[in-house]
Design a protein around this ligand. Structure first.
Ligand code: MRU
Length: 367
């Protein structure tokens, strides 16, 4: 089942806040509700956030009372701003809303209802592409994971963090599909425990051999030869290959380097932001103190303890062996390899979109 999907004219999301205790699907009817779901992490993980925001744009178009194309575009621009502001680090969010807005803007002669219809098609296409892209990431990534490998994984990058299949966890699923015998060390990933709650849940369902570890155990495992590959996802990759990902990733990469362990980041090219020269330009989200002060709703520190809670960190590119994208694995110098991968992906997507719009145009003419 997909974690983000359109059903009965509404956006539906698995409520990731409740897992693994409860499996619940929530429905959303407006861009405001979708923005709130992203902020509160009903849906999380960069590609899943992007897909949810795309459907948020569809909801904005459908709820808009606009009777002219211009009025509708104005409402869509407003919805984009609202959705983009929900969380700052994952670039997939503004990438997806920009894609939907561009499609609407490109329909220069269309009436509002046609634009509404085409936007839904585009969001569906984006969601379908996400799954196909993840499968390609998995395929490319599996090639660098030896049979019998012990992998260390951070946060959750799987079926829940994407529309389906996953990025870094997709690499692990691809290894499993290829019959490789692998074992995964699952970082619990404080403060929100995406590793313990979500990755452990996914891997148990998929019957991938694994052990859950506290984040502080990772260094010990690496130093004692129990890790062969470190693999994680990304929320934004700068043009030079610096990677913003869940807090704690940087520490893993540094310790891996110290111990001669390869470090792979798995991410779609939609996570690559060529507008930012290096990682220091990536906005890092700071979240509220309650995530640190409580575990499972229970206080673990004195009431009123001052807290600093950055949700992401930046791993400088020199610690990264390769960035696994749907276009293949990018190796240093990342400035060149990432740009080439992004350009290939964008050319492919533009051609696919052109064909989709041409098909729609033909259908319209046939009406
Ligand atoms: O705060 P989250 O749970 O949204 O953070 C998620 C991550 O850091 C993931 O590693 C990243 O988004 C990639 S998900 C395929």
């Amino acid at each position: 089942m997909r974690s983000v999907f359109w059903e009965e004219n509404r956006l539906k999301l698995i409520d990731q806040r409740l897992l693994p205790a409860q499996f619940q699907i929530l429905a959303f009817d407006s861009p405001e509700e979708v923005a709130q779901a992203i902020r509160e992490m009903v849906v999380r993980g960069a590609p899943a956030i992007g897909a949810a925001a795309a459907f948020g744009m569809v909801l904005a178009a459908r709820r808009s009372p606009a009777t002219t194309r211009e009025e509708l575009l104005a409402d869509l621009r407003q919805a984009k701003e609202l959705l983009d502001a929900a969380r700052p680090t994952a670039v997939n969010l503004s990438w997806a809303t920009a894609r939907l807005l561009e499609v609407a803007e490109a329909l220069t002669h269309a009436d509002p209802d046609t634009i509404r219809r085409v936007l839904l098609e585009e969001a569906q296409a984006l969601a379908d592409e996400d799954v196909a892209i993840n499968r390609r990431i998995g395929f490319h990534g599996a090639a660098v994971v030896p049979d019998g490998a012990n992998l260390l994984h951070h946060c959750n990058t799987g079926r829940l963090a994407t529309v389906d299949f996953g990025t870094a966890l997709g690499v692990i699923y691809a290894c499993q599909e290829q019959g490789k015998e692998i074992h995964v060390w699952v970082d619990e990933t404080r403060p929100r425990l995406q590793g313990a709650r979500l990755t452990a849940w996914e891997l148990m369902q998929a019957e991938v051999p694994m052990h859950l570890i506290v984040d502080s155990a990772a260094g010990h495992l690496m130093r004692t030869g129990q890790v062969d590959v470190v693999v994680f996802g990304a929320d934004r990759v700068a043009a030079n290959g610096d990677v913003a990902n869940k807090i704690g990733t940087y520490k893993l990469a540094v310790v891996a380097r110290e111990n001669g362990i390869p470090v792979y980041c798995a991410a779609p090219t939609s996570t690559v932001d060529l507008n930012l020269a290096h990682g220091d330009e990536i906005p890092i989200e700071e979240r509220g103190p309650e995530e640190v002060l409580r575990v499972g709703g229970k206080a673990i520190a004195p009431e009123g303890t001052p807290v600093y809670n950055p949700a992401f960190d930046v791993t400088p590119h020199r610690y990264i062996t390769g960035i696994i994208t749907e276009e293949g694995i990018c190796y240093p110098p990342f400035t060149q390899s990432l740009r080439a991968a992004k350009e290939r992906a964008e050319a492919r997507m533009a051609e696919e979109r052109r064909q989709r719009l041409a098909r729609l145009e033909q259908l319209r003419k046939g009406d």
